[in-house]
Design a protein around this ligand. Structure first.
Ligand code: CP
Length: 295
């Protein structure tokens, strides 16, 4: 595997995470116009639906001066049964310098270890979502200027979420504190749990998660209104948040389920800021993928 691949957040040290966040901040500042010194060809291979990850990678790649190809399996030899390995090996063989991959299989990248080009993980099943995690960390860092002692409550469909696992790992690496809340059937037994009404008062960062209906084997049996009242961010819980606390969600948001629709753009919400930060982080990750240290 190329050493500049980004597969899991846990593969990065605290120092490496902070370097990516610092680079992302620079991209948001004076070096916005920095481009890759050599023209690179990057393919975005999305085997699962995506708006933010796919198109913010594409935006970052274009802004860095890369040539970009966007791939979805429809109309390709994947429909004739070609494997993931042969598909990605083909992109390497025909001259691509890096690939971004989203795939439904957890840790799909294990079968790609012999490839030489960098692989940037755009999400694997319910496993990892390292660039989402980095953009979440950037959003927290911009807000508080530190991770030490920052209290994060992650609330909702914990069990099926790749964001929950990646963010728990990162926050703990960086020195923050994490608790979880949400329906009992979607908890992870060994992770710290707090009642939602306590959690929203305790936290500096309230991170709501999408209900991942596509990953459930059976219906959860709650109406949207029941879910919102029991486990969602409503007006009452929003008012109970600390004065300087922020509200986050990886999106797409099921409005009226995880978050009352009017609160998606409320003053404490950083949901669209997270998306803008996604471009900055992905620029930093691409710069790193090609081994560029300085601007
Ligand atoms: N947050 C996130 O990964 O969104 P997309 O599925 O739209 O990429």
């Amino acid at each position: 595997m190329n050493k500049n691949s980004l597969l899991r957040i846990g593969d990065l040290s605290k120092k490496e995470i902070m370097e990516i966040l610092e680079d992302a901040n620079v991209f948001g500042d004076i070096h916005k116009d920095w481009q890759l010194p050599q023209r690179k060809l990057i393919a975005n291979l999305f085997f699962e639906p995506s708006t933010r990850t796919h198109y913010s990678f594409a935006s970052a790649e274009h802004q860095l001066g890369a040539k970009v190809e966007n791939f979805s399996p429809v109309g390709t030899s994947v429909e004739k049964g070609e494997s993931l390995y042969d598909t990605v090996k083909t992109f390497e063989a025909i001259g691509f310098d890096a690939v971004v991959i989203r795939h439904k299989e957890n840790e799909y990248f294990k079968e790609l270890e012999s490839l030489e080009i960098p692989i940037l993980n755009g999400g694997d099943g319910s496993g990892n979502h390292p660039t989402q995690c980095l953009l979440d960390m950037l959003t927290i860092y911009q807000e508080f200027g530190t991770f030490e002692g920052i209290k994060v409550a992650i609330i909702g469909d914990i069990l099926h979420s790749r964001v929950a696992a990646s963010n728990k790992e990162a926050i703990e690496i960086l020195g923050g504190e994490v608790v979880f809340s949400g329906p009992e059937q979607w908890r992870r037994e060994d992770w710290p749990y707090m009642d939602i009404d306590e959690a929203v008062k305790w936290a500096d960062v309230v991170m709501m998660l999408r209900v991942q209906n596509e990953r459930h084997s059976e219906a959860h049996g709650m109406s949207d209104e029941e879910y919102l009242n029991s486990y969602g961010m409503n007006e009452r819980r929003y008012k109970a948040m600390k004065e300087n606390a922020i509200l986050m969600h990886p999106a797409p948001v099921n409005r009226g389920v995880e978050i009352q629709s009017e609160l998606v753009e409320a003053p404490k919400s950083r949901i669209f800021k997270q998306m803008s930060n996604g471009v900055l982080v992905r620029k930093a990750v691409i710069k790193r993928a090609f081994g560029y240290k300085e601007f």
